[in-house]
Design a protein around this ligand. Structure first.
Ligand code: DGY
Length: 328
C-alpha cells in the first residue's frame, strides 16, 4: 500500500521529518519558504494530511481546493488559523499541540512581565547607545513584582502556570478572570481569586493576557479597557495578536496612561504596528513564548504523532473536532 502524502508547511527539526518519513511520503519545506494562500492550496493539492503552524490558514476555500485532505496537525496549542466548523463540515480532522508547552510559555510570560516592569530592554538599549554616563537615583526606576497584584485574564493551563509563579515565587496577590470560574480546589492550588474583568483591570498592578483568540475575544483590550487600568500598571500579551487593539495600546503607552507593556504577539504579525516601534516603554519579542529547543521539539513531535496516530489507528492524541473520527 502506498504511504499517505503529508505536506509539512514550514521548516521543522530534521528529527521530526525523519520520524514522519517512517510512515509517510513527506513533502517538506525545509527551505522555510513562506507561501501565500494560493501557494499553500497549490502545495496541499493531492495531500492526505498537513503539518501546519499558526500562520497556515485552513478555511473553507482551502478545503474546497484540497478534497483529498483528511487531517491538519497544528504545531501550536492555539488554532485560530483553523476554521474548525469548515473543517468539521469537510470531514477534516484538526489537532493542536497542548500541554507540552505550558510551563515553557508560563516561564516566558513571567520573563516578559519582569522585563516590562523592570524596564530591562529599555535600559539595555540606553547602555548600548553609549548614553550611560552616571548613576542616578531614578534611572530606569520601574515597578515591583513581589508583593504586587497580578491579574491573569484567561485562566487555562498557561494562565494557571503564571498565577502559580506569581503566588508561590513572588508573593503576589493573584486575581483572575475567565469565561468560566475554576473549581474551588484549582483556585486554591493557584492561590487565585475570581473577579470581573473590569475589577481585574482596575486593581491589578500587572495584567497578563493568556486567553485564546476568537472573534469574541477580538480587541478584548482596547482604549476603554486601558483607561480602566492604573497609570502605574503594566500589560503583557502572550496570547494572540488581535486580542489587544495595538493602535490604542501604542497611544496609551505614548501618553503614559499605563506604565509599560510587554508584547510577544501582534495584530497582523509579523507586521508590527509602527506606533509600537516608536514608544520606549514597550518590550517587543517575535512570538517566541514557547521557543525553547526541548519544547519546540515536543510540540513538533506531538503534531507528527497526531498524524501517525490518525493514519495508523484513527487515534490522534489531541483532536479538536473528534466528531470527524466517527465518520471515518
Ligand atoms: C502556540 O502554540 O499557540 C504558540 O503561540 C506558538 O505558536
Amino acid at each position: 500500500m502506498s504511504k499517505p502524502n503529508i505536506l509539512v508547511a514550514r521548516a521543522v527539526f530534521p528529527e521530526v521529518i525523519a520520524h514522519l518519513q517512517q510512515h509517510f511520503e513527506v513533502h517538506a519545506n525545509q527551505a522555510d519558504e513562506t507561501w501565500s494562500k494560493a501557494q499553500l492550496m497549490d502545495k496541499l493539492r493531492g495531500m492526505d494530511g498537513a503539518f501546519t503552524t499558526g500562520g497556515d490558514r485552513i478555511d473553507a476555500e482551502v478545503l474546497a481546493a484540497c478534497p483529498t485532505l483528511k487531517i491538519c496537525a497544528n504545531m501550536a496549542v492555539g488554532y485560530n488559523n483553523f476554521d474548525i466548523d469548515a473543517m468539521t463540515a469537510a470531514g477534516v480532522l484538526a489537532t493542536n499541540a497542548p500541554d507540552v508547552l505550558t510551563e515553557t510559555t508560563a516561564d516566558f510570560g513571567f520573563a516578559l512581565l519582569m522585563a516590562t516592569a523592570r524596564r530591562i530592554t529599555e535600559s539595555e538599549h540606553y547602555l548600548r547607545a553609549g548614553k550611560w554616563t552616571k548613576w542616578s537615583f531614578d534611572m530606569f526606576a520601574g515597578s515591583d513584582i513581589h508583593g504586587s497584584t497580578l491579574g491573569v485574564l484567561g485562566m487555562g493551563r498557561i494562565g494557571q502556570g503564571i498565577a502559580k509563579r506569581g503566588a508561590y515565587g513572588f508573593g503576589m496577590k493573584v486575581i483572575y478572570h475567565n469565561r468560566s470560574r475554576l473549581d474551588a480546589a484549582l483556585e486554591a492550588e493557584c492561590k487565585a481569586s475570581y473577579v470581573s474583568k473590569d475589577e481585574l483591570l482596575r486593581t491589578a498592578d500587572h495584567v497578563v493576557l493568556v486567553l485564546p483568540y476568537s472573534p469574541a475575544s477580538h480587541h478584548t483590550i482596547g482604549a476603554a479597557e486601558l483607561a480602566l487600568m492604573k497609570p502605574t500598571a503594566t500589560l503583557v500579551n502572550i496570547a494572540r495578536g488581535g486580542i489587544v487593539d495595538d493602535a490604542a495600546l501604542a497611544a496609551a503607552l505614548r501618553d503614559r496612561r499605563i506604565a509599560a507593556a510587554g508584547l510577544d504577539v501582534f495584530e497582523g504579525e509579523p507586521q508590527v504596528h509602527p506606533d509600537l516601534l516608536t514608544v520606549p516603554n514597550v518590550v517587543l519579542t517575535p512570538h517566541i513564548a514557547s521557543a525553547t529547543v526541548p519544547t519546540r521539539m515536543a510540540m513538533a513531535m506531538l503534531a507528527a504523532d497526531n498524524l501517525i496516530g490518525f493514519f495508523k489507528e484513527k487515534r490522534p492524541l489531541t483532536p479538536l473536532n473528534p466528531a470527524v473520527l466517527a465518520t471515518k
